[in-house]
Design a protein around this ligand. Structure first.
Ligand code: AHG
Ligand code: MN
Ligand code: MN
Ligand code: MN
Length: 344
């Protein structure tokens, strides 16, 4: 490669992190967690791509604490991500879709001040059909040192303290993002200064900056809802979807939140998993699905709401609490909010 060609190489994630440390010193201590998440993402990308070859499709024969049947890779990717984050020594507490305990405390030796909440394999029901899946993560700081409680604090008292620290609104996120396992492996990330996207370059095994300063189009032409549920939606939402059909919008829905949200971020439009008569809080989990996606959407200039309130303002009452999620282009989502305002 000539000098000019070398200088024109895209920035790697590692180089970007170093640049961010200089520009925003308060984000410096996040670096090990972001690097560890990226490493876990590469390992999971390899597991997902080789699932059929290495007999890792299909179910584990167990259910998670929410009663969902676990895929083999739900369990395996959870271990991969947990180990990667624990090894940084920066994490105190973690919450995961696939963990039985509400929160897992890191052993003292590894204990750090950060809290991580993640969905290790989102869209896992799509895995056996080789459709896009993803990993979703959010990182917060723990208010006070929930880990260094009084020495005599029993483990379940400390567990309770740390769970309380985990139940923070998404507005407190200091980092959030996802890794998309699709035709490309793309790490979308925000540490509070916009959204950056990094594509895995298999030639060098590095994530390289391919989507600098992502801004979601103010309006799109695609809506993304599971219309099988539409008879159970509220009338305002039914009118909203009808109005987009009349305006010639297209429908795209793959049943993997990471894939549907990524397309919405890049092309514009609106994604929704709304409440319905059978599921008054929708299906998606606030802590490790709605909040990280809402953080990214707002950092990219979009809106993320339940239809009634801003996702990032919601203070969770439980680790697996579900909330309705409508997110995407500001003009498209604002149309729905205006219809709700006028309906009261
Ligand atoms: P997970 O695989 O982590 O349990 O998440 C699945 C979620 C989300 O990825 C997607 O948006 C939604 O389930 C699809 O649900 P429906 O199949 O009910 O539309
Ligand atoms: Mn699941
Ligand atoms: Mn999920
Ligand atoms: Mn999942």
């Amino acid at each position: 490669l000539g000098v000019r060609a070398v200088l024109s190489l895209p920035m790697t994630l590692g180089q970007w992190i170093l640049q961010q440390e200089r520009q925003h010193p308060e984000t410096a201590d996040l670096a090990p967690l972001i690097t560890a998440t990226a490493t876990a993402g590469k390992q999971i990308a390899s597991l997902v791509a080789r699932a059929g070859v290495s007999n890792l499709t299909g179910t584990q024969g167990s259910t998670n604490v929410q009663g969902e049947e676990q895929k083999k890779l739900d369990v395996l990717t959870n271990e991969v991500l947990k180990n990667a984050l624990r090894s940084t020594g920066k994490l105190g507490v973690l919450a995961s879709e696939e963990e039985d305990e509400p929160v897992s405390l890191m052993e003292e030796a590894y204990a750090g001040d950060f809290i991580a909440a993640f969905d290790p394999l989102d869209g896992s029901s799509n895995l056996d059909a080789a459709i896009a899946t993803g990993t979703i993560f959010g990182v917060m700081r723990s208010g006070e040192q929930c880990l260094t409680g009084p020495d005599d604090a029993s483990i379940n008292q400390r567990q309770m303290q740390c769970m309380v620290q985990t139940l923070q609104p998404g507005a407190n996120l200091v980092a959030a993002g996802y890794i998309l396992y699709s035709s490309s492996v793309i790490f979308m990330l925000s540490i509070g200064h916009g959204v950056q996207g990094f594509s895995l370059d298999p030639a060098i095994g590095e994530f390289v900056l391919t989507h600098p300063n992502v801004r979601i189009p103010t309006r799109g032409k695609i809506y993304s809802f599971n219309e099988a549920n539409s008879d159970n939606w509220d009338p305002v939402l039914q009118d909203y979807i009808r109005s987009m059909k009349k305006r010639g919008y297209s429908s795209r829905y793959i049943g993997s939140l990471v894939g549907d949200v990524h397309r919405t971020l890049i092309y514009g439009g609106v994604f929704g998993y709304p409440a319905d008569k059978k599921n008054p809080n929708g299906k998606l989990r606030l802590l490790y699905e709605c909040a990280p996606m809402a953080f990214l959407m707002e950092q990219a200039g979009g809106i993320a709401t339940t239809g009634k309130q801003r996702i990032l303002d919601i203070v969770p009452q439980g680790v697996h609490q579900r909330e309705p999620l409508i997110c995407g282009s500001s003009a498209d989502v604002q149309d729905l909010l205006t219809m709700y305002e006028r309906s009261v």
